[in-house]
Design a protein around this ligand. Structure first.
Ligand SMILES: Cc1cc2nc3c(=O)[nH]c(=O)nc-3n(C[C@H](O)[C@H](O)[C@H](O)COP(=O)(O)OP(=O)(O)OC[C@H]3O[C@@H](n4cnc5c(N)ncnc54)[C@H](O)[C@@H]3O)c2cc1C
Length: 745
């Protein structure tokens, strides 16, 4: 078993700064992204922080002051980050990481501000993902901020899927919004009548256009689609009343009503006419899937930002808590350390910090993956089109063989030259790269949204609690109570946790993902031998336990003979999805720290305090890995054992069985042990039979072996937490927060 090396470095001096973050999250070579981070930070800690401090969150109305924030986004280049250079943007290539970084910076101060910027992108996303070239050109260039010298107010958009109860919410298929043919003269383009009510629609107070999901109410239109509505279209464009939100008040939300006549060219992605029927090229489900796949990642990163943003204000509060009191003179422990004298206060802050690091690592890994996936997806589409394969079903069928190749490729681990040759051969197929990235993205996206926001909200409560009563006041430095409440919205919109768990239920059991996960588990074991201080050992064991459990549960049944792993059986599938997310977040965190360790030395700024920073971040990894392993172990044990009836075992027989294993081990490890000693142990009278385990132990051996390995691999995790706590009590922080806490701007 790995033992933790005794640290030789002194504790980390300051909080990890930008050079460290750029390496961890892999944008050290992207000057464009570094500039975007700097300008987003300026808006967040300037305009946005002043709005919050001035009490702008206390009204549901869209105020002129809130509107200024949108202009600040435009001026800082945040709005243009979504656009291609030809549309008024400045970032070339995929923009998932860019948008995630901007959202992260804004959410560091206020989640609503981040949402206000993201919602505009969400409105454009259906057009960006599936729109016709004309639609893309029109709406993206109208939404781009004016170029220097141009006198134009940029358009803003809103995305309208959710409808008043009892229609669309988690279940996106239950559409009540309708589309009919309004006019269709021979040879000319049809006109549509769109009747849509929205619920909780972000950005509606100022939207110039809306992308709305509707279903056909006319025999001359097939299925469903997303249509683009403009505020000047003929009919009703009623923005509705503002939602009385308790959270994210810097974004606008309301329940609009639309009844508008629009040309059929507003159907996102276009349409064909077949036998006198308008057939949209994409139904609303296909468009929503393409959109949410990417947009959910920045939301997860918003909660990560808030967790990390809590660290500095909590440290400051803890240290300064007793200053000024009698008996707390400068130099005294009470003056210098304040609440940080107390182990629990430090340990809990370490937990918040470790969660924030893991959440950020997971989210940024997902964002980068989507950047890699975007060109692969385009290439895949081109190849399949060339082969005459079109439509989602034909595509799934066509990629099945590639999936088998991907699984084969992943199973050919090891250095045998024959393996390497076959691997190279398989990897020569561009489709295999798409299939691998796609399988991973289909898991990482819902995992980021689910774990970061759901568990993140729980941990923000912890952060709030560390500030005592101050934590639940408006004056709390870092706006922690706002951030805690806001996290609940992040866990809800763009699909609450149930939606993410439902998606994971399907994607995490795909053969390619499982093969990938097996490779990751092996890699983690390898990492453990070189970097035991990261907690990779316990994580690898937990990954193996999860793999064993999912395999077992996929074929196991309950006492009534019903399958355990089944879409309807959310009591099994959902907790397994949760367990996986813990493991994925911990893995991403460890991989980031390894990257820092290997690349940091060549970066003059990051290299400054590198060994100590790596040591500290590794301790956070270890702390997090131990917790992740514990969660996975608890969940898997409950599922593997919990669906059996408690065996009505014979206590005497069970004891004999238990002793049998114990004695067998004794005989093996102590061959010289006397028969008499064995007899004393087997004091039930009869010498144990080696007839296999009794009903109480049956079937559990392998699980218990893996679980016990996991437990013993926890070695050193609490030492790591102690060390991290020690650093937290010593690390230097700035004199004051770099954004206002409360009071008039
Ligand atoms: C401030 C805010 C802004 C928003 N912005 C937008 C926007 O811009 N555009 C837009 O279209 N929508 C928006 N929404 C709507 C948001 O996406 C929905 O609220 C969300 O998807 C959940 O739908 P619902 O509220 O109807 O919950 P419901 O569908 O009623 O679900 C409630 C709960 O029931 C459980 N549940 C439901 N179905 C299942 C299931 N199948 N399996 C297991 N459990 C289940 C879950 O616990 C779920 O959280 C916004 C919401 C808010 C609050």
């Amino acid at each position: 078993m790995a033992t933790l090396p005794v640290p030789e470095t002194r504790p980390m001096l300051t909080l990890p700064g930008d050079p460290v973050r750029q390496i961890l999250w892999r944008f050290a070579d992207r000057f464009d992204l570094q500039m975007l981070v700097a300008s987003s930070r300026g808006v967040a800690r300037g305009t946005v922080a002043r709005l919050v401090a001035a009490g702008e969150r206390n009204t549901h109305e869209w105020t002129p002051a809130k509107n200024q924030m949108l202009q600040a986004f435009d001026q800082a280049g945040i709005t243009a980050a979504f656009m291609e250079p030809a549309e008024g943007g400045f970032i070339v290539g995929p923009k998932n990481l860019a948008l995630s970084l901007a959202a992260f910076e804004l959410a560091w101060v206020d989640g609503g501000a981040a949402t206000a910027s993201l919602a505009g992108f969400l409105a454009l996303a259906p057009i960006h993902e599936r729109g016709t070239p004309q639609q893309v050109q029109r709406y993206k260039s109208l939404s781009a901020p004016p170029a220097p010298g141009e006198d134009r107010t940029p358009w803003r958009g809103a995305f309208a899927l959710t409808e008043p109860i009892p229609y669309v919410g988690v279940d996106t298929g239950m559409l009540s919004g309708k589309v009919r043919v309004a006019e269709w003269n021979d040879g000319s383009e049809p006109w549509l009548q769109v009747d849509k009510r929205g619920r909780f629609i972000t950005g509606i107070a100022f939207a110039d256009f809306v992308t709305a999901a509707v279903v056909s109410d006319d025999d001359r239109i097939k299925g469903s689609c997303v249509v683009i509505l403009e505020k000047s279209d003929e009919g009703t464009f009623d923005r509705g009343t503002p939602t009385k939100k308790l959270v994210h008040q810097l974004s606008s939300t309301g329940d609009p009503v639309f009844n508008l006549k629009v040309p059929a060219s507003r159907i996102v992605g276009g349409y064909t006419v077949e036998g006198g029927v308008i057939v949209p090229n994409f139904n609303h489900g296909e468009i929503i899937e393409a959109v949410f796949r990417r947009t959910r990642v920045p939301v997860g990163l918003m909660t990560a930002a808030k967790l990390l943003s809590a660290v500095e204000p909590v440290i400051r509060y803890q240290r300064q808590r007793f200053r000024g009191a009698e008996g707390a003179k400068p130099g005294s422990i009470r003056y210098e350390q304040g609440i940080q004298q107390r182990e629990d206060a430090l340990h809990r802050l370490v937990d918040v910090w470790a969660t924030g690091e893991a959440a950020a690592s997971l989210g940024f890994a997902a964002a980068r993956l989507f950047d890699a996936l975007d060109p692969l997806e385009k290439q895949k589409n081109a190849i399949l089109k060339e082969r005459g394969i079109e439509g989602p079903r034909a595509e799934v069928k066509a990629l099945r063989e590639t999936e088998q190749h991907a699984v084969e490729m992943l199973s050919l681990a090891g250095d045998h030259p024959r393996f390497a040759e076959r691997r190279t051969e398989l990897l020569a197929d561009p489709l295999i790269h798409f299939v691998l990235a796609d399988a991973e993205a289909n898991v990482l996206c819902p995992a980021t949204k689910l774990w970061n926001t759901g568990h993140g909200a729980n941990m923000l409560r912890e952060a709030v609690s560390l500030m005592g009563g101050y934590g639940i006041t408006e004056d709390c430095p870092g706006f922690l109570a706002n951030k805690w409440m806001d996290a609940q919205l992040e866990a809800t919109y763009e699909g609450p946790e149930a939606v993410q768990r439902r998606q994971l239920t399907v994607t995490m059991t795909g053969p390619v993902f499982l093969a990938l996960f097996r490779v990751w588990a092996r890699d983690m074991r390898r990492i453990a031998s070189a970097h035991p201080g990261t907690g990779a050992c316990t994580l690898a064991s937990a990954m193996n336990l999860w793999l064993w459990s999912i395999n077992y549960l996929k074929s196991a049944t309950d006492p009534a003979g019903n399958k355990l792993y089944h879409g309807q059986r959310q009591g099994v599938t959902f907790p397994l999805a949760d367990a996986l997310c813990w493991l994925l977040a911990s893995r991403a965190q460890i991989l980031d720290v390894l990257e820092l360790e290997s690349s940091g030395a060549s970066d003059s700024l990051a290299a400054e305090d590198l060994p100590a920073t790596v040591e500290f971040l590794s301790d956070l990894c270890h702390t997090q890995a131990a917790q992740a392993a514990g969660e996975a172990s608890r969940i898997c044990a409950e599922l593997v054992f919990g669906y059996n009836h408690h065996p009505r075992w014979d206590e005497k027989e069970h004891r004999r069985c238990f002793l049998s294993a114990e004695i067998e081990e004794l005989e093996e490890t102590m061959p010289g042990i006397s028969a008499m000693a064995l007899d004393v142990l087997a004091s039930d009278g009869t010498h144990p039979q080696k007839a296999g385990p009794c009903a109480g132990c049956a079937g559990s051996d392998e699980f218990l072996r893996l679980q016990s390995k996991l437990t013993t691999c926890l070695t050193g995790s609490r030492l790591a937490k102690d060390r991290a706590a020690e650093t937290v009590s010593k690390v230097t922080i700035p004199e004051a927060l770099d954004y206002p806490a409360a009071g008039p701007a």
